[in-house]
Design a protein around this ligand. Structure first.
Ligand code: ADP
Ligand code: MG
Length: 259
């Protein structure tokens, strides 16, 4: 995939560097009711690196992300953010440190793009409203949406809505960003722009965990690729190791179906 040098892209490249933190999962087990859907998952994500998680539907990818920011509480194991346990942290504080972007954007429909980005700055971080709006305006500009600040989500394309969601997460100055199939709901022609924005965040030093079906993105952008199946990490390694030299039958079969 070629990286287009659009105005939005240049703006992002000129933006300040992030200081991503390390993330470590140790024997994470998660369940819905009595059914374990994640078993003993261990994973290390170095600061400022991008890890792509691939695997079939139902393999536990979303559950894994939800355990990291405790949208669903893990059953056992440990999650360390910059070496500190997240399981004992205040969940609201934790979610300012770990940003999450969803497949369906999850914007507030009755608020403008600017308000969507600014809301948590004053309601969660306690920033004065004028300052929050000013900061939100800068974040929107960084994702190429300065001109769309006063639009509501329904008046934006899917790609623009996802950029707002990314700006909203970035406004909290997170140490880690989680993406759960962030481009799966987009029209095909809008996918590349959002993937390029995500790749730019990685280059600027954000720590990212990206659940994706975009194998080209995983191969090109990931420092580490993790293949999950049936609630387990089956293989983890560099893109070349997983895509060119899959060791397990399960990964070989998965790749033969998606590539
Ligand atoms: P993926 O994101 O890889 O498609 P999920 O993490 O969504 O996988 O799901 C993992 C397993 O957990 C699946 O078997 C799914 O049916 C089950 N699951 C997901 N969410 C719930 C829920 N809220 N209640 C019960 N089971 C769930
Ligand atoms: Mg999922």
């Amino acid at each position: 995939m070629n990286l287009p040098t659009t105005a939005a892209h240049n703006t992002a490249a000129d933006s300040p560097t992030f200081h991503g933190s390390s993330l470590e999962l140790r024997n994470l087990t998660m369940a819905y009711g009595d059914i374990n859907v994640l078993r003993d998952v261990s994973l290390t994500v170095a600061p400022g690196t991008t890890t792509c998680i691939i695997g079939p539907s139902g393999s536990g990818k979303s559950t894994l992300l939800r355990g990291i920011n405790r949208l669903h509480e893990p059953k056992s194991g440990e999650v360390l953010l910059a070496g500190e346990s997240t399981l004992t942290a205040n969940p609201d504080t934790l979610r300012t440190r770990i940003g999450m972007v969803f497949q369906h954007f999850n914007l507030f429909p009755d608020h403008t793009a600017l308000e969507n980005v600014a809301l948590a700055l004053w309601s969660v971080k306690g920033m004065p409203k004028a300052q929050a709006m000013e900061l939100a305006r800068r974040r929107l500009a960084e994702v190429g949406l300065a001109e769309r600040a006063d639009h509501r989500p329904r008046d934006l394309s899917g790609g623009q809505q996802q950029r707002v969601a990314i700006a909203r997460a970035l406004a909290m100055e997170p140490e880690v960003m989680l993406f759960d199939e962030a481009t799966s709901a987009l029209d095909p022609e809008l996918v590349k722009g959002v993937l390029n924005l995500m790749a730019g965040l990685g280059r600027r030093g954000m720590t990212m965990l990206v659940v994706t079906h975009e194998m080209g993105f995983a191969r090109r952008v990931a420092d580490q690729v993790v293949f999950m199946d049936e609630g387990e990490v089956v293989e983890a390694g560099t893109p070349a190791q997983l895509f060119d030299n899959p060791r397990s039958k399960r990964l070989q079969r998965f790749l033969s179906e998606v590539l």
